[in-house]
Design a protein around this ligand. Structure first.
Ligand SMILES: Nc1ncnc2c1ncn2[C@@H]1O[C@H](COP(=O)(O)OP(=O)(O)O)[C@@H](O)[C@H]1O
Length: 180
C-alpha cells in the first residue's frame, strides 16, 4: 500500500488533475471530504463551524477518516484532502501528525496556482463554493504552504505541482506518483 496525499486550496484543481490521471494510470482514489460529509450528512462549510465548536467531534472525524482510508486503501492510493482549513482567520489542521504517520503516507503533493487563478476557477465552477476574498485567499495559501514544513519533519517527501496548464500538471502528477 502506497498512500499519497493530494492537497491544495479548494478550487485549485485537485479533483480535475486526479480524474484526468485516473484515465491514464491505475490507483485507488479516496476523497476525504466526501467521507466526512457523507458521514455527518452535512454541507462542507457547516462542518468547519462544527469543528470550531467541538474539538472532540473533530478528533472523532479524524479517527473515522483514518479507519475508512485504511479499509479502502489498495496499491497506490491517492487521498484528496487538505493540510489546513481556514475560515475568518481561524485555522484548523486538515491532517494531524497521527493521520500522516498512522496511514504510512509516502508523500504529499501540493497543487499550486496563483491566488487570482484560484479565485477565477472558484467563480466559474459549477459546484457552489463559499465566497472568499483575494486577501483571505492569499493568507490561506501562504499558511497552507507553511504546513508543508511540518510534513518534511515527519520525513515525508513533498512535491509541488503548478496547475496553470492542466495537461502539464497531470503529466507531472503521474510522473511523480509512479516514481515512488
Ligand atoms: N489547469 C486548469 N485550467 C483551468 N481550469 C481548471 C484547471 N484545473 C482545474 N480547473 C477548474 O477549476 C475548478 C476547480 O477545480 P477542482 O478540481 O474542483 O478543484 P479542487 O478539487 O482543488 O477543489 C473546476 O471548474 C475545474 O474545471
Amino acid at each position: 500500500m502506497k498512500v499519497v496525499l493530494v492537497t491544495g486550496l479548494p478550487g485549485v484543481g485537485k479533483t480535475t488533475i486526479i480524474k484526468e490521471a485516473m484515465k491514464r494510470i491505475n490507483f485507488t482514489y479516496i476523497n476525504a471530504g466526501d467521507i466526512v460529509s457523507s458521514f455527518l450528512k452535512m454541507d462542507r462549510d457547516k462542518i468547519l463551524d462544527l469543528y470550531i465548536k467541538s474539538p472532540s467531534l473533530y478528533r472523532k472525524m479524524q479517527d473515522i477518516l483514518k479507519k475508512a482510508i485504511k479499509k479502502r486503501a489498495k496499491g497506490l492510493t491517492i487521498v484528496d484532502t487538505h493540510l489546513l482549513f481556514y475560515k475568518n482567520n481561524i485555522l484548523i489542521p486538515g491532517v494531524t501528525r497521527d493521520f500522516v504517520n498512522n496511514l504510512n503516507v509516502r508523500a504529499v503533493t501540493y497543487i499550486y496556482a496563483p491566488p487570482k487563478l484560484i479565485l477565477e476557477r472558484r467563480k466559474k465552477d459549477k459546484r457552489k463554493r463559499p465566497e472568499i476574498n483575494i486577501n483571505d485567499l492569499e493568507k490561506w495559501l501562504t499558511l497552507s504552504m507553511n504546513m508543508l514544513i511540518p510534513i518534511l519533519f515527519e520525513e515525508k517527501i513533498v512535491k509541488i505541482i503548478e496547475n496553470i496548464e492542466l495537461e502539464k500538471a497531470v503529466n507531472e502528477f503521474i510522473e511523480f506518483v509512479t516514481s515512488l
